[in-house]
Design a protein around this ligand. Structure first.
Ligand code: SAH
Ligand code: SF4
Ligand code: F3S
Length: 450
């Protein structure tokens, strides 16, 4: 039996958080133990992201910190997992002398073997991408909690021209529907209250005749009092069937993350996003009609190659037209191997920054206005944790994915409640009264206080 202690740090998207639990599942089976303190660890693993240059810079910063630990603990093993490992491969070991192992997203079964080798001084690299690996038989290591992530598909075949994911995660493949349903049932029995179904492009999920809407509906039926969330949806594949499925099941949350990236059709075409602004708006309109009270968030990239002031204004217009509840907004970052890399990174950095700031400012104003409308209304909240700022308050989320800070009012973490909103800013709602409800759902949407 191994007794080495492992410390893992995770960066990037929710898929990486889910992957870390898979890696821990694999390690646990091999007798390893975990620690939350890097200083106590025999092995330090960093699950990395490569989406933008900045994401990788942070990892280099962390490697600096581990170098300091290794100075007084020379046997410490340092490993890089995830998308940056896949992107940079042997270069990382050559350039960063403290790195002992490099493991890409499809090779996590080999982590124990590579750690064992590293412990006797042998460096190792495993970065083969697979067309079939879904880790379906691996039981993820999850501490008891409220919310769980399940990767239902892996990889991406969309090849948006700015994006490294198709290179770092390889081709699309899905887990069998029945096995996902079984996993949700066991989470339900363990007391989890929410499950997030994950994929870079979840709408491309496929298991024989079953598509993503079938999966969503099977999961919703298997755990009728659990909240079901999913991300990320691609506008091209956002079908009517999916919209009706969300509407039909009250425990599927009325929240859709639907990245638009740009409001200019010319830029969308250069991005290979495969939809037009008109198609996108039509999908939003349809969803709003069929799912009353549905909320939307999006991703925006500012300063894609050749983006003009005109294109940028069209993005601002789309934000005004859709009125998203929230958005993740980024400056374009040129990534090697992608098609856009060859287009040249011709929008000057100060222009990108200014455009990004205009986008952020507008979106914050819209989020603020939308949240103000909730003051005086009652919302249904799942209590997820203590508030970060004070243990005297709880933090929870509405069905529409808004963060609510609420009084304890005899509630426990994991309870559902009806809370009255008394204050709001662009990112958070604050509630005064909160009343426990036994079962979800009591109300599908917010309703007027009588
Ligand atoms: N699969 C998801 C998102 C993956 S990455 C989707 O298709 O929407 C999350 C977000 O990062 C993207 O939606 C995009 O807005 C942003 N992003 C990806 N590559 C980027 C790059 N090279 N520069 C800046 N932002 C990028
Ligand atoms: Fe990247 Fe596009 Fe795939 Fe999303 S859909 S992961 S942005 S290539
Ligand atoms: Fe980053 Fe890889 Fe996710 S590049 S965003 S960790 S898929």
């Amino acid at each position: 039996m191994n007794k080495q202690k492992i410390y893992i740090e995770t960066y990037g998207c929710q898929m990486n958080l889910a992957d870390t639990e898979i890696v821990q599942g694999v390690l646990k089976k091999n007798g390893y133990e975990f620690t939350n303190e890097a200083e106590q660890a025999d092995v330090v693993l960093i699950n990395t992201c490569a989406i933008r240059e900045h994401a990788e810079e942070r990892i280099y910063g962390r490697l600096g910190a581990f170098r300091a630990i290794k100075k007084h603990k020379p046997n410490l093993v340092v490993g890089i997992l995830g998308c940056m490992a896949e992107r940079l491969r042997s270069k990382l070991i050559e350039e960063e002398k403290i790195v002992d192992l490099i493991v890409g997203p499809d090779e996590y079964r080999r982590v124990p073997e590579l750690i064992d080798n590293a412990l006797i001084g042998e460096k190792g690299i495993a970065v083969r991408l697979s067309r079939t690996e879904t880790y379906d038989d691996i039981e993820p290591y999850r501490e008891d909690g409220i919310s769980a992530w399940i990767a239902v598909m892996r990889g991406c075949d969309k090849f948006c021209t700015f994006c490294v994911v198709p290179f770092t995660r390889g081709r699309e493949r899905s887990r069998p529907l029945q096995s996902i349903v079984n996993e949700v049932k066991s989470l339900y029995e363990r007391g989890f209250k929410e499950v997030n179904l994950l994929g870079q492009n979840v709408n491309s999920y496929r298991d024989g005749e079953y598509d993503f809407a079938d999966l969503l509906s099977a999961v919703a039926k298997a755990a009728p009092t659990m909240r079901i969330r999913f991300t990320t949806s691609h506008p091209q594949d956002f079908s009517d069937k999916l919209i009706y499925t969300i509407a039909e099941h009250e425990n599927i949350c009325n929240y859709i993350h639907l990245p638009i990236q740009s409001g200019s059709n010319r830029i969308l075409e250069l991005m290979n996003r495969t939809y037009t602004v008109e198609h996108y708006l039509e999908r939003i309109e349809k969803a709003r009609k069929i799912i009353p009270g549905v909320s939307f968030s999006t991703d925006i990239i500012a300063g894609f190659p050749t983006e003009t002031e005109e294109d940028h204004k069209m993005t601002l217009e789309v934000l005004k037209e859709v009125r998203y509840d929230g958005a993740f907004m980024f400056k374009y970052s040129a990534r090697e191997r992608t098609k856009a890399w060859e287009m040249g990174d011709d929008v000057p950095d100060e222009v990108k920054t200014r455009r990004l700031n205009e986008i952020i400012e507008l979106q914050q104003k819209i989020s603020y206005e939308i949240n103000q409308e909730l003051i005086g209304k009652q919302v249904e909240v799942l209590v997820e944790d203590f508030s970060k700022k004070s243990k005297d308050f709880y933090m929870g989320r509405t069905d529409t994915n808004k963060i609510v800070i609420l009084p304890k009012d005899g509630l426990e973490i994991g309870d559902y409640c009806i809370a009255t909103i008394v204050r709001a800013n662009s990112a958070t709602l604050f509630a005064e009264k909160a009343e426990k409800i036994e079962k979800l759902p009591v109300l599908q949407n917010t309703y007027e206080k009588n």
